[in-house]
Design a protein around this ligand. Structure first.
Ligand SMILES: Cc1cc2nc3c(=O)[nH]c(=O)nc-3n(C[C@H](O)[C@H](O)[C@H](O)COP(=O)(O)OP(=O)(O)OC[C@H]3O[C@@H](n4cnc5c(N)ncnc54)[C@H](O)[C@@H]3O)c2cc1C
Length: 419
């Protein structure tokens, strides 16, 4: 039975996936009076995550993200978010400096199935607008108009520990090629719950080893953290640039469309924005306009992030130190730490020139299941410098986790979940 539909306003529009991109699209369509059915394979929205904190960036577009959301008809007050204008920046040599801005730099939200999580806020918006969501629903993707099913393959993983703490609200962003190969780690504390997470942009056999060592580092630098571990969480990211975002009558949104930040994995804003664009295109008659819009508004910063990723993967800690130092010098000069982040994602002349090299060295040409060609970033191989012996405190943390685990501590992402 064909269940797809997009042009007839009384025919149901089927969406695959009730994550951020799918629910954003569902809300906009339902508000416009369209009949919408969302199919979600899991039992609830946000079930892919397990109470981990994520950052909603405010630097890839010129407008504040929540202002954009309100203009689109989405309500950011339906979920809990915490504003940040500054954070600690940990350099690879353990120096800590503070990038800051007068403007709102980013917001922290929680992912998961609790009421205050962003996923549940988006679910409420979609239902209130009139969309139908079918949980535990497995349908053939070819029957859906909007494909919003999140990541499929692995380009990178993030792995973290959630814990109780009496530490005040806080964010540290650490550039460190040893603890987070090719990338960064972070500490987030919101209302007495903390998350220490390490991101791996190169494939490692023992993800836990990197996390234990990262936790040991944060304990050393923040002695008043008083961690009480609760659970370990994580997930994978799928980063690619397909030949087309609209293909065979279907709109590919969020990570199902490869729309991700290759540099640091800030994919939520791209997910929501692309879901909104797909819905608006359908309302206005549908078709290739969606592809054009993605290319003109989102793709330039995504391509720039891919070139930055190519550089980051190679430079190691000496390069990371230079980035951190330049960031702080730029802040001294301009008085605004956010300007550096905005510039990093701007497709300037030099990075445009580097694009052919990025394509060749970083991305691999693949044919997707639906027949489209794409350039995908594979999970890169480990380097020799990624091998090192775990320290004593990290070994103790590993033992401590074993006992939390045997007492019921949950793990929502295993070492074998990244393929
Ligand atoms: C550990 C981790 C940390 C992250 N941190 C950040 C961060 O700090 N900031 C940021 O901006 N981004 C972050 N990201 C990325 C961000 O979470 C994603 O880019 C974003 O959630 C993508 O949204 P989406 O709608 O494409 O996918 P999702 O929100 O994952 O939704 C996809 C939905 O589709 C469902 N689904 C999958 N297959 C099917 C199917 N066959 N049928 C029906 N339903 C299906 C899934 O169950 C899921 O509910 C992080 C990702 C991870 C894994």
């Amino acid at each position: 039975m064909a269940i797809r539909g997009d042009s007839m306003s009384d025919e149901a529009i089927h969406i695959l996936g009730a994550g951020l991109s799918g629910l954003a699209a569902a809300t906009i369509l339902a508000k416009a009076g369209r009949n919408v059915v969302v199919h979600e394979i899991r039992k609830d929205s946000g079930a892919r995550f397990d109470g981990d904190f994520q950052g909603l960036e405010n630097w890839t577009q010129s407008r504040d993200f929540f202002d954009e959301m309100r203009e689109w008809g989405l309500d950011p007050d339906t979920f809990r978010s915490t504003d940040f204008k500054h954070m600690d920046l940990a350099h690879p040599d353990d120096t800590i400096t503070v990038p800051r801005s007068q403007r709102l730099a980013f917001r922290i939200v929680e992912r998961g199935t609790d009421k205050h999580c962003i996923d549940q806020g988006f679910k409420r918006m979609a239902i209130e607008a009139g969309a139908e969501i079918r949980y535990g629903s497995k349908v053939d993707p070819s029957t859906c108009t909007i494909i919003a099913a999140g990541p499929k393959k692995t380009s990178a993983v993030a792995f973290g520990e959630v814990f109780r703490t009496s530490h005040p609200d806080h964010v540290t962003f650490q550039l460190n090629d040893k603890l987070a190969p090719g990338a960064y780690s972070y500490l987030i504390v919101i209302q007495g719950v903390g998350l220490i997470c390490t991101c791996l942009w190169r494939k490692q056999k023992q993800t836990n080893r990197y996390l234990n060592e990262t936790i040991a580092w944060y304990e050393r630098m923040y002695p008043d953290l008083d961690r009480e571990p609760i659970k370990r969480v994580g997930g994978k990211g799928d980063f690619s640039i397909p030949a087309s975002y609209y293909h065979d009558g279907k709109y590919y949104v969020g990570e199902a469309g490869g729309l991700q930040d290759f540099m640091w994995g800030f994919g939520m804003r791209y997910a929501v924005t692309s879901g909104v664009y797909a819905a608006q295109t359908i309302i206005n008659g549908g078709g290739y306009e969606y592809d054009r819009r993605i290319r003109s508004t989102l793709l330039p910063s995504i391509r720039t992030s891919a070139t930055n990723r190519l550089l980051m993967d190679r430079i190691g800690d000496r390069g990371f130190k230079r980035i951190a130092t330049y960031w702080m010098k730029n802040q001294e000069k301009t008085g605004d730490g956010l300007l550096f982040m905005e510039r990093l994602y701007k497709p300037g002349f030099a990075r445009r020139m580097l694009w052919p090299i990025t394509k060749r060295l970083l991305l691999r040409k693949v044919r997707l299941d639906d027949g489209r060609m794409a350039r995908r970033m594979p999970f890169r191989r480990a380097l020799k410098r990624d091998e090192w012996d775990m320290g004593e405190r990290a070994r103790e943390i590993a033992e401590e986790w074993k006992s939390v685990r045997s007492a019921g501590g949950h793990v929502s992402f295993g070492e074998n979940d990244a393929e």
